[in-house]
Design a protein around this ligand. Structure first.
Ligand SMILES: NC(=O)c1ccc[n+]([C@@H]2O[C@H](COP(=O)([O-])OP(=O)(O)OC[C@H]3O[C@@H](n4cnc5c(N)ncnc54)[C@H](O)[C@@H]3O)[C@@H](O)[C@H]2O)c1
Length: 486
């Protein structure tokens, strides 16, 4: 069976000459914080001469042996890296087998015209001197690439999505069955609203593999200990079977945690249907339920075998729920330094999901850079606690938290235009909560380390800094400005 993502695997970019594997590979390695091995360049460096010279002085078969050895060495390293393979590398069975064991292979797609245009203009490839032979070789190799590849991509964003096992596509719900990996039985978990709207379509898509459908209450009740226990007791699956979670963040959090714990962990598919879910909660493997002492206090990191995002499902999302998601999406836009909120829905979701995924692939267990996704959340959490999780909603609190984080960032040099945009898109209004309760909650946040809260700020658009400690006056002033007099 093909692996479904590259979380713990090397990423090998395969494809024909001229596909752009070297440039894409180095960009992908940078985006994911991984080492990069350009196999052809490594061979040239070790041999002290060009590949064209190796072909003419030692012959192609000698080159292929060098190539096999270099790939084997790169795959033997423990730290997952990104490899750009030469166009003929998949011709060797030993290489295909090693990739199957240790790598997630992504085919970089290019059509033959474009490939020829690119290589002919450079003219330094030994197998690209004759156009007719070039086209023949393309036709011979394409089926081998397709057979070996675990996924395909055409640019950096699609490579990141492929590496995380994420499919974002209009109409993806109808392909849920084909996207659900393996051949085992499937238990489908939805909340009551999503079941009413999309249950029949999901059941049809999962077809014969579906053995049970489970309904959770809508909203945070899905994440109560009682709902979670009832769900576990109704599941009747084996270790090789699959849970499919279709719904908002509450459903994917609870069902994902069920998958993480049932029979000590089985695979799951996250199919988020709310905007919060599609750009945030359904991506990156954090799963959780609530207990009386805190929200999300019990959970696990459990990366979904596949994440299926169908932006068409957002048409039925109530406006208030859309606003909840926009707060997270605007946060991603500010972190990325791009106006994601101006894009059409499908593109906006895809770009925002790819951003969240990139950060999670870099730091799956939240030990470093993933903390930047908490931009505005320390303030937001304090307001939510002071409002007893009634008012403000999480999205309203995040919008206010963003304002506070940006105001402080502006005092440290950020261009104020980003705050103006956030205020325009999210229109946050100060909330009437108890100031002292909010202040106390700021110091009880999960992100508090060593007794002092840590904040994420923005040095410049696209350049967050995290783990920043603020002076008490500065933090109090920023928090107070979010609170209305009651
Ligand atoms: N795991 C993570 O990384 C992560 C990140 C962010 C948030 N979360 C969690 O996500 C939860 C919030 O998620 P949410 O905002 O999606 O809430 P939710 O799951 O309660 O969904 C919101 C409402 O929208 C409905 N809904 C969902 N999709 C719909 C659709 N396509 N059409 C019509 N109605 C639809 C649901 O039935 C529900 O009533 C919180 O519990 C939060 O802690 C988790």
């Amino acid at each position: 069976m093909h692996p479904t993502h590259a979380l713990d695997r090397h990423i090998a970019l395969a494809g024909f000459m001229g596909a752009g594997k070297t440039t894409l590979g180095s960009d992908l390695a940078l985006a994911l914080g991984r080492g990069f091995v350009d196999v052809d360049a490594e061979i040239e460096r070790e041999a002290g001469t060009s590949i064209t010279d190796i072909f003419s002085s030692r012959g192609e078969s000698e080159f292929r042996l060098l190539e096999e050895r270099r790939i084997r060495e790169a795959l033997a390293t423990c730290e997952p890296a990104v490899l750009a393979l030469g166009g003929g590398a998949l011709g060797a069975e030993v290489t295909r087998k090693a990739l199957g064991e240790r790598a997630f292979t992504i085919l970089v797609e290019v059509d033959v015209e474009e490939a020829w245009r690119r290589v002919a203009s450079v003219g330094d490839r030994p197998l690209a001197s004759d156009e007719a032979r070039f086209r023949e070789l393309y036709a011979e190799r394409l089926p081998v690439y397709r057979d070996c590849a675990d996924a395909t991509c055409s640019d950096l964003e699609s490579a990141i999505l492929a590496a995380g096992g994420v499919e974002v596509a209009s109409g993806a719900l109808a392909r849920l069955g084909e996207l659900a990996p393996g051949e085992g039985k499937i238990a489908l978990i939805m909340d009551e609203n999503v079941r009413r709207l999309y249950g029949a379509a999901a059941e049809k898509a999962l077809s014969d593999r579906l053995v049970s459908t489970h309904e959770l209450p809508a909203g945070e009740k899905a994440k109560s200990f009682g709902s979670f226990q009832r769900l576990l007791e109704l599941l009747s699956l084996e270790r090789g079977d699959l849970i499919v979670a279709l719904g908002g963040g509450c459903t994917t959090d609870a069902a994902g945690f069920a998958a993480a714990t049932y029979m000590r962990g089985i695979e799951w598919v996250s199919a988020p249907t709310s905007l919060v879910g599609q750009v945030d909660a359904g991506i990156g493997g954090k799963t959780a339920i609530n207990i009386h002492t805190g929200k999300n206090l019990v959970g696990a990191f459990h990366w979904p075998a596949r994440t299926v995002i169908d932006p068409d499902l957002l048409v039925t999302l109530p406006e208030q729920e859309r606003r909840e998601g926009m707060a997270e999406l605007v946060k991603h836009g500010v972190l990325l330094g791009e106006h994601l909120w101006e894009l059409p829905d499908a593109e906006m979701v895809r770009r925002s999901a790819a951003y969240k995924l990139k950060i999670c692939l870099r730091d799956p267990k939240e030990k470093g850079v993933r903390a930047t996704l908490n931009l505005g959340h320390t303030f937001a959490h304090a307001l939510e606690v002071a409002g007893a999780y009634g008012s403000p909603t999480h999205g309203e609190a995040v919008a206010l938290g963003l304002v506070a984080a940006l105001r402080i960032s502006i005092e440290r040099g950020l261009d104020p235009v980003w705050l103006e945009e956030v205020e325009q898109v999210l229109a946050p209004r100060p909330v009437a909560v108890d100031r002292d309760l909010a202040w106390a909650a700021l110091f009880r946040d999960k992100k508090v380390a060593g007794g002092r809260p840590k904040f994420v700020l923005l040095e410049a658009p696209g350049k967050p800094v995290w783990g920043v400690e603020l002076g008490e006056d500065e933090a109090r002033k920023a928090l107070d400005s979010l609170i209305a007099d009651s």
